[in-house]
Write a protein that binds this ligand. Sequence first.
Ligand SMILES: Nc1ncnc2c1ncn2[C@@H]1O[C@H](COP(=O)(O)OP(=O)(O)OP(=O)(O)O)[C@@H](O)[C@H]1O
Length: 588
Amino acid sequence: MTEESSAPIAWDRRSLARWLLTRTRTVLPPLGASILFRIVGLVSGAAIIGLGTYAAASALGGTLSLGHVATLLVVLSLIKAFARYLEQFFGHYVAFKALATLRTYFFRRLEPQAPTATEGRRTGDLLSRATRDIDRIEVFFAHTLGPATTAVIVPLGMGVWLAAAVSVGVASAAVSCWLIVGLIFPLIESKRALGAARRLRHERGELAQHVTDSVQGACEIVAFGYEHRRRAEQDAWGERLRADQTTLGSIVALRRGLIAADCAATVSAIILVGAREVAAGAYGWYDLALAVGVVLGTLPAVTAVEEFSADLDQAFASAARVAQITEARPATPAPVRPVPLPDAARWGEDECPAVRIEDVTFSYAGGLEPAVRGITLDLPAGSTTAIVGASGSGKSTLAHLLARFYDPDEGRISIGGVDVRELADEDLRAAVGIVGQRPYLFNASIAENLRVATPEASDEHLLLACQRAALDPADFADGLDTQVGELGTAVSGGQRQRIAIARALLRDAPILILDEVTSQLDRETEAELSAALAELQRGRTTLIIAHRLETVQGADNVVVLDAGHVVAQGSLLDLAGNEQFRALANRD
Ligand SMILES: Nc1ncnc2c1ncn2[C@@H]1O[C@H](COP(=O)(O)OP(=O)(O)OP(=O)(O)O)[C@@H](O)[C@H]1O
């Protein structure tokens, strides 16, 4: 039984908001504090303006002395400043904590699924999702939740106060103005705005991808005179971005213009309604002035809805792009109750081989034909099995199925008698080591690249592994502290493979996959590496994928693949008469 992720979600705003809040539950208490201080700040702001207008009108007969008004204004200003500081402090704490949580979650979901999770996805686009899209979600936490809550609470409270302290007529005029500004205007062209925001996020991802591709392929671009076409493509993306930014900008401008007009109309409406009530003796001019001040002072609480709604569309568009990755169904789901892997020393007992591949068939998504079909193969403990075959015959696919980069569509693969789908991820990774054609070296020192396998390895351990991999630290300017450069460009192909072999030795996995380790090297370097490879294979169950038959000379069993099928297997001697094998040998 493996753990299935939730069913695909239709990412509308509500489900995205729920998803964001569920993923970042720990920020809810400080978020509450931020909202509380925002309410205090807004109410004091409204009171300051109200008192200001009241003070101006008190010459006409107010009940508060100007001295009292001045004292109150100072106190309210201090409260407002303090509340604003705390609101911003908690708001940004919430936002950055939530973003850090999301970033960790993004990599936690992506990394265990590597390399399948990144397959078919472009580096630049993924990078854009992991960085810019996650940053963009800040708007949701820092500038949306608080303003959205206070846009309801503050006007509601002020409306009740106006009705009680001034008049129902004035309160009704104010509330209708706030409703129009806070509820109706932000909805103007909202579908078009959301569409443009989504396209904008997509276009930014595409542009990031295009720039990444151009930087990585700079040599080819120059060598083939490809600059003009690349630049034209980039300009086209830039133009689409501009068009969507213009659409968003014009919608925002329209809404803001309408808000300004509505505010002016509201003041006129309140004065019209209030003037009649003042003339009728219901209250004084100073009360009406106070009401106008409070209505204007409350406006920031409602105009905030329009201010965050445009950015919120982009934050939701970004959240959807992040969720598409994190909530995608994993290619290799983790087992609900992992089965422990028996100790490698016991593999081979009860005639159970170290690795058993039983009737395995697998097709890549969108592949017309299965890449491997009906493969049955045993890898006895401590043996070396070589897989040979023409390009595209399914050799690497078989190795990747063993490492559980994918799960077979049919059949099963077991290690030490346990189906690999039942193994905990860390057990499987500890059991299977891989050295490929072009192992990835991080832009760090040789020592740090070696410690990728065992972080706690001492310098002595590293030196011993290097010695066994025929990697001499004296060949490098700074010994093991030598930096290998971006993508390992500061070391030769042979040195890179030796570093990878030393890394695999440190990892000490009982099963080893050597995927065309020497195919990128010249024959001289390949010959130099053979002793290091033999040292690496010693005592391990090894699967070698090979193009060149020299590499499989020491194999106990050679398996010939053709179009995903096993067409022959046996010792090199047994295979001498096999047609496909002879074709490979001749090509060699
Ligand atoms: N990630 C992938 N997505 C879709 N199809 C793939 C993928 N990887 C390999 N294939 C296809 O699966 C088939 C087997 O490929 P595989 O890489 O296993 O062959 P191979 O024998 O290792 O080839 P080579 O010797 O050239 O590395 C090929 O038809 C290939 O095009």
